[in-house]
Design a binder for this molecule. Structure first.
Ligand code: FES
Ligand code: FES
Length: 160
């Protein structure tokens, strides 16, 4: 599979979850793990550009596909991705544990709906739980991310 544009060999254990493979084998710990059974959305990554819960996929199921994690959105020395920038500007996070999952869901949402309606925003983040923010600032961040993404020169994910 390709992760953030780099090709990796599959894990030796065919039962390895994609979330564990990313975190423990590839050291991509930006993907967080909360519930480990598909409820919280913390582990969301993009699979061929669409948001998926990496705790519900086996790593081998991603073979032949492009995976993008939060690390793939912007290099450490590069400006933030528009969605990251929007969460920063709008205080769309407190403890930050849920944030990579929200960010990846919103990247996927804006790819599908560059100017999402309020209903599409709700639907786009419905699978992500946050225990801290109360969601108002996250909704503001999604709207701001849509604005920033429309600007000339705004870029999407580097890969995936
Ligand atoms: S850790 Fe995957 S949905 Fe909660
Ligand atoms: S910012 Fe703490 S869980 Fe969302």
């Amino acid at each position: 599979m390709k992760v953030n544009g780099v090709t990796y060999a599959p894990p030796s254990d065919p039962r390895r979850l994609l979330s564990d493979h990313l975190r423990h084998d590839l050291a991509l710990t930006g993907t967080h793990v909360g519930c480990e059974h598909g409820v919280c959305g913390c582990c969301t990554v993009l699979l061929d550009g669409a948001p998926v819960r990496s705790c519900l996929l086996l790593a081998v199921q991603a073979e032949g596909h492009d995976v993008t994690t939060v690390e793939g959105l912007a290099a450490p020395s590069a400006p933030l991705h528009p969605v990251q920038q929007a969460f920063h500007e709008c205080h769309g996070l407190q403890c930050g544990f849920c944030t990579p999952g929200f960010v990846m869901s919103v990247v996927g949402l804006l790819r599908q709906h560059p100017e999402p309606t309020p209903e599409q925003v709700e639907e786009g983040i419905a699978g992500n739980l946050c225990r801290c923010t109360g969601y108002a600032s996250i909704r503001r961040a999604v709207r701001r991310a849509a604005e920033l993404s429309q600007r000339p020169g705004a870029r999407g994910a580097r890969s995936g």
